[in-house]
Each structure stands twice: as structure tokens, then as C-alpha cells.
Design a protein around this ligand. Structure first.
Ligand SMILES: *[C@@H]1O[C@H](CO)[C@@H](O)[C@H](O)[C@H]1NC(C)=O
Ligand SMILES: *[C@@H]1O[C@H](CO)[C@@H](O)[C@H](O)[C@H]1NC(C)=O
Ligand SMILES: *[C@@H]1O[C@H](CO)[C@@H](O)[C@H](O)[C@H]1NC(C)=O
Ligand SMILES: *[C@@H]1O[C@H](CO)[C@@H](O)[C@H](O)[C@H]1NC(C)=O
Ligand SMILES: *[C@@H]1O[C@H](CO)[C@@H](O)[C@H](O)[C@H]1NC(C)=O
Ligand SMILES: *[C@@H]1O[C@H](CO)[C@@H](O)[C@H](O)[C@H]1NC(C)=O
Ligand SMILES: *[C@@H]1O[C@H](CO)[C@@H](O)[C@H](O)[C@H]1NC(C)=O
Ligand SMILES: *[C@@H]1O[C@H](CO)[C@@H](O)[C@H](O)[C@H]1NC(C)=O
Ligand SMILES: *[C@@H]1O[C@H](CO)[C@@H](O)[C@H](O)[C@H]1NC(C)=O
Ligand SMILES: *[C@@H]1O[C@H](CO)[C@@H](O)[C@H](O)[C@H]1NC(C)=O
Ligand SMILES: *[C@@H]1O[C@H](CO)[C@@H](O)[C@H](O)[C@H]1NC(C)=O
Length: 453
């Protein structure tokens, strides 16, 4: 019974029917015109003694005396407020739980795929101001972060609070245990966290049945196994504006950043925008995939056929070497002239390898105004000693088989795939005295509430 219910998130008549958790009270009742069901929906304001109201309209629960915290009287952990206010939202960033010992939160959740978002604000905290946050984070079998560090005087360095998003599957009967452990052997190292968010997600949102195409020497198909965990690297509304978490589809609270800072070749490119178009979602999965705002805006190559035929519209995204990445590209034709198969056909290159030689959005989606997404995977092989490399996404027209010499992209997401249950990149040469500012790139937003550390 639970199995059957858990399989789907369904969307009908604009009401979301969600599944029932008998286990858990930290859930929200959503009423519709048929069964009201419950899902995991936890927002824990770590270190806070009282409920907090975030700018996104959500209530974050207090953490003092938290029933989620696995208590070990010998492992003191402290709750604390920052000495300096964060530049972004006060909740959940202003308070933190900190410890020089390992501490674990045990969340009783339903089984299935979850979003886990960890909120960090590296700042000065009383009793910890002279020591260094240097720790690892595990969630059940997965290492999410390892040897994670940040400058204690981060705000002085212009760093703000930031969030790291992960997706993983919780098996039937499991709890979700998240453990924060200071790195042994580093004097005075401590672990901390400002906020933890856990939310059920539509089972097949990223772990689709269709799977993805491997680009590169193979070009074979594969799919995400349920035992693969994901770390979000980038989520971009191409050609559009920042979309706040509360404006995400199905209240999933993903944020979508603009693509400006990742564009590396765009001469000149054109921004497409159609807010009057009636988008037609052909199935539940495309409907959940991205909010309307992603599909109603796009970037194309520009108005000049000749220029377009002589350049690649290119974005560059920095990622850690030696991992495989899932690249999801979102498309929707929103310009009136593009209505038929063959109107706009283009190449898609991912990491300079051909991902598609005849990308035709109309053929994929079924028509103008129909959103569609395509998934690819690419392995970023080691290259010398380079710890980080770029994944480039490049588009190029195919005038010989297409009516228009142009290309289009509406949105994209890039996820790191766990390798042997690990998502943490090998550490750069961190010297605790002067930690570097970027262990892994994290999504940046124009509103600067996702800065990297
Ligand atoms: C936590 O528990 C202690 C001891 O039971 C109590 O004094 C304190 O008021 C509690 N704090 C909150 C925020 O409930
Ligand atoms: C989770 O709870 C918040 C309120 O804290 C609510 O606004 C949001 O819609 C819920 N998310 C889902 C997916 O139901
Ligand atoms: C207490 O800390 C020790 C060492 O950091 C760790 O091995 C142990 O698991 C911790 N206990 C709990 C309940 O987290
Ligand atoms: C989570 O922690 C609880 C309490 O220590 C333990 O019983 C359970 O086996 C742990 N679950 C996982 C998946 O690690
Ligand atoms: C793709 O094909 C190659 C060569 O046949 C094989 O080695 C590789 O394991 C395949 N990859 C996947 C993900 O199936
Ligand atoms: C979010 O949605 C609200 C209500 O539709 C709108 O007023 C606001 O401008 C949106 N914000 C962004 C950044 O899209
Ligand atoms: C938006 O799409 C609709 C439907 O295709 C079309 O009638 C309208 O002209 C489009 N607007 C723009 C600005 O392209
Ligand atoms: C969405 O899912 C529900 C339940 O599986 C199904 O009845 C409905 O037809 C689906 N809607 C679309 C547009 O596929
Ligand atoms: C576009 O990118 C591909 C793959 O890197 C490359 O082979 C091709 O030469 C590029 N074309 C132009 C015009 O730069
Ligand atoms: C990645 O792309 C950016 C922007 O184009 C560029 O500045 C940087 O040098 C590239 N890095 C690598 C390692 O190629
Ligand atoms: C973490 O740091 C320690 C000491 O600095 C080092 O021995 C270990 O290899 C590092 N682990 C990873 C995964 O980078």
C-alpha cells in the first residue's frame, strides 16, 4: 500500500495529492478535492531556540531540545547566534549548532527520493571565534562533504550564507541520519550547520525511467540508479531572471539563477521572452521539471544568420574533476515562426563532444509552447593536476537541414553523481590558517544568497 502511494506525486486540477506518512508529524496537510496526503517537509532552524519565519514565507522549527538530535551527553554541542548578521536572510542563517565533537540528526522520514538542503553561514560564533570549521557531513551511506572548510571571518572576506543541495534515496524502513563530524587531527576543528531542509520530491523528477545519454566516446544510454546520490552544481534559467525558491514549481523551493555569468561566447545572442504563451505540459514529469518562468524565457544565437553560422553559443560551468555529471537541458519553442519540425535544428556539444547532431525542439516536444527536457551524462576525466575543469555547453546551427540558422536553450541543471557513495571532491591543499575560498563551486545567485565558500 505504502509502496503504491509512494510511487507518484500526481498533479490533477491544480491540486497536488501527496502521499501519506503515518510515521511522521513534521508534515504538511495539503487539501484538495480528493484524498489529502502528507509528505516529508522539514525546515529545521539549527541553533534556534524559537520558531523562525523566513523571507520565503516558511516557518522554520526550533532546534533547541530538538527531538531530531541524537543525544550523547558526552558530546556537547552548542547552539549559538552569529556575532555578525548575515547579509542575506536571517532565518535560518543567524543561528547555528556547533560542536567540536561529532553530532547526528536522525530524521524519521518516509522512504523515497529526498531533497536535502544544508544551509551554512561561515561567520564568527561565540566560543568558536578562534577556531576553524573543518568537517565532513554524511547522510546515511553517502559522504556529502569532506574536509569542508570555510574562513572564520568569512563576512570580512565578503562571503555570505549559502546552501548546498543534494538528492538521495531513503530506503524503506530507514531513517535519514545526517552526521556532522569535525576532521580528526586538526586542532580545534569544529562542525556547524545553520539550517537543514528535507523535502520529498517526485520520485521520477531526476531518477527518470528514460535515463540519459552518455556523451563522449560511448554515446550509450544509462539511467540513474536509486543508490546514486546527486549534488546540485548549477540550476539556471537561461535567458531569464533569478527565480526565487518560493516561485519554483510544485513548491519544491529550488532556486533558478540567471545565465549571464556563465556565458563565455555569445556574439551577440538574443534573449527570448514570451509571457503570454500558454505552455502545454504533456505529462506530469515535464510539469514538475521547471517553473513556467524557465520555459517562457530563452537565449538564442541572434538575428544574423551569417554570424550564427560562425560561432558556438557557449556557456562554461566549473566542476570538480573525476566525477560524472548529469546535465539536464530544458527547451521550449516560444517564438511564433518556429512551429514545425525542421524549423530550427542545431548541434549540442557538451564538454566539446557531440551530444546531439540534430537537436529539434519541435520534434522532441510536439509543438510550439510544449516544454521538454533532455538528460545527458558526461564524465570529467582527470586532466593533469587540475582539480576543477569546465563543462562547456555549446550550440551551433545546422543551416543545411534547417529553415533558420539558430539554436535555443531555456534552462539547464548540472548535478554531480556520487561515486562509491562519495560526493566530496578531494581536498585542495587546505592549510587551516588560511583556508581557500572554494572547495567546490556552488550555485551563485544574483541575489547573492548562494555564494560559494
Ligand atoms: C530545553 O530544555 C531545557 C531543560 O529541560 C529547558 O530549560 C529549556 O527551556 C528548553 N528550551 C526550549 C527552547 O524549549
Ligand atoms: C512545505 O511546507 C511549507 C510551509 O512551511 C509550504 O509552504 C510548502 O508548500 C510545503 N511544501 C510542499 C511540497 O508541500
Ligand atoms: C560523540 O563523538 C564521538 C567522537 O567525535 C563520536 O564517535 C560519537 O559517535 C559521537 N556520539 C554521537 C551520539 O554522535
Ligand atoms: C540512524 O541512527 C539510528 C540511531 O542511532 C540507528 O538506529 C539507525 O540504524 C541509523 N540509520 C542509518 C540508515 O544509518
Ligand atoms: C557504455 O559503453 C561502453 C563500451 O561498450 C562501456 O564500457 C560502458 O560501461 C557503457 N557505459 C554505461 C554507463 O553503460
Ligand atoms: C515570485 O512570484 C510572485 C507572485 O507571483 C511575484 O510577485 C514575484 O515577482 C516573483 N519573484 C520572482 C523573483 O520571480
Ligand atoms: C507568444 O506566443 C504566442 C503563442 O504562440 C504568440 O501568439 C505571441 O505572438 C508570442 N509573443 C511573442 C512576444 O513572441
Ligand atoms: C498525471 O498523473 C496522474 C496519476 O498518475 C494521471 O492520472 C494523469 O493523467 C497524469 N497527467 C498527465 C498530463 O499525464
Ligand atoms: C563548436 O564547438 C565544437 C566542439 O567543441 C567544435 O568542434 C567546433 O569547431 C566549434 N565551432 C565553432 C564555429 O567554433
Ligand atoms: C572556465 O571557463 C571560464 C569562463 O569562460 C574561464 O575563465 C576559465 O578559464 C575556464 N577554466 C578552465 C579550467 O578551463
Ligand atoms: C582530509 O584531510 C585530511 C587531513 O588534512 C587528509 O588526510 C585526507 O586525505 C583528506 N580527505 C579527503 C577526502 O580529501
Amino acid at each position: 500500500m505504502r509502496n503504491a502511494i509512494n510511487k507518484y506525486f500526481c498533479l490533477q486540477n491544480s491540486s497536488i495529492f501527496l502521499f501519506l506518512s503515518l510515521l511522521f508529524h513534521h508534515t504538511l496537510l495539503i487539501s484538495g478535492n480528493s484524498p489529502s496526503l502528507l509528505i516529508d517537509n522539514i525546515t529545521l532552524d539549527c541553533g534556534s531556540a524559537s520558531e523562525g519565519h523566513a523571507r520565503d514565507g516558511r516557518i522554520w522549527t526550533a532546534d533547541a531540545n530538538s527531538t531530531f538530535l541524537l543525544l550523547d551527553p558526552t558530546n556537547a554541542s552548542k547552539i549559538s547566534s552569529t556575532l555578525k548578521s548575515p547579509m542575506n536572510d536571517a532565518v535560518p542563517y543567524i543561528t547555528a549548532r556547533l560542536s567540536r565533537f561529532e553530532f547526528t540528526y536522525v530524521f524519521p522520514v518516509t522512504f523515497g527520493t529526498k531533497f536535502i538542503r544544508l544551509y551554512f553561514y561561515p561567520s564568527s560564533y561565540p566560543d568558536f571565534s578562534s577556531s576553524i570549521p573543518f568537517f565532513s557531513v554524511k547522510a546515511n551511506r553517502y559522504t556529502l562533504l569532506s574536509n569542508f572548510s570555510s574562513a572564520p571571518n568569512a563576512q570580512d572576506a565578503g562571503l555570505d550564507g549559502f546552501v548546498k543541495e543534494f538528492c538521495l534515496n531513503v530506503e524503506d524502513g530507514e531513517t535519514l541520519n545526517i552526521t556532522f563530524a569535525p576532521i580528526p587531527g586538526v586542532t580545534d576543528a569544529y562542525a556547524f550547520v545553520n539550517g537543514i531542509e528535507i523535502a520529498s520530491m517526485p520520485t521520477k523528477l531526476y531518477y527518470t525511467d528514460e535515463g540519459f545519454k552518455f556523451v563522449g566516446s560511448w554515446n550509450n544510454e544509462s539511467s540513474l540508479e536509486s543508490n546514486t546520490a546527486l549534488e546540485l552544481m548549477y540550476r539556471i534559467n537561461v535567458g531569464g531572471q533569478f527565480i526565487e525558491p518560493q516561485n519554483d514549481t510544485a513548491r519544491m523551493f529550488r532556486s533558478w539563477n540567471s545565465d549571464d555569468e556563465y556565458l563565455s561566447i555569445a556574439k551577440p545572442s538574443a534573449l527570448l521572452y514570451n509571457n503570454t504563451i500558454q505552455l502545454i505540459y504533456r505529462n506530469n514529469m515535464t510539469h514538475f521539471a521547471a517553473p513556467d518562468g524557465v520555459y517562457q524565457t530563452a537565449r538564442s544565437m541572434g538575428m544574423d544568420k551569417k554570424t550564427n553560422e560562425n560561432y558556438n553559443l557557449t556557456w562554461d560551468f566549473q566542476v570538480d574533476s573525476k566525477f560524472t555529471y548529469l546535465v539536464r537541458l530544458h527547451f521550449c519553442e516560444i517564438q511564433p515562426p518556429i512551429t514545425k519540425t525542421g524549423d530550427r535544428i542545431f548541434y549540442i556539444y557538451i564538454a566539446t563532444q557531440i551530444a546531439e547532431s540534430k537537436a529539434d525542439v519541435i520534434e522532441w516536444s510536439g509543438g510550439n509552447g510544449f516544454p521538454v527536457f533532455k538528460d545527458y551524462a558526461v564524465t570529467i576525466e582527470p586532466k593533469g593536476n587540475e582539480r576543477v575543469q569546465n563543462i562547456s555547453i555549446a550550440l551551433h546551427p545546422r543551416p543545411e537541414i534547417s529553415v533558420y540558422s539558430d539554436a535555443i536553450l531555456n534552462g539547464l541543471e548540472i548535478f554531480k553523481l556520487s561515486n562509491a557513495d562519495n560526493l566530496a571532491a578531494p581536498n585542495p591543499d587546505i592549510t587551516p590558517i588560511n583556508p581557500p575560498t572554494a572547495a567546490t563551486p556552488s550555485p551563485k545567485s544574483t541575489k547573492s544568497n548562494n555564494n560559494l565558500v
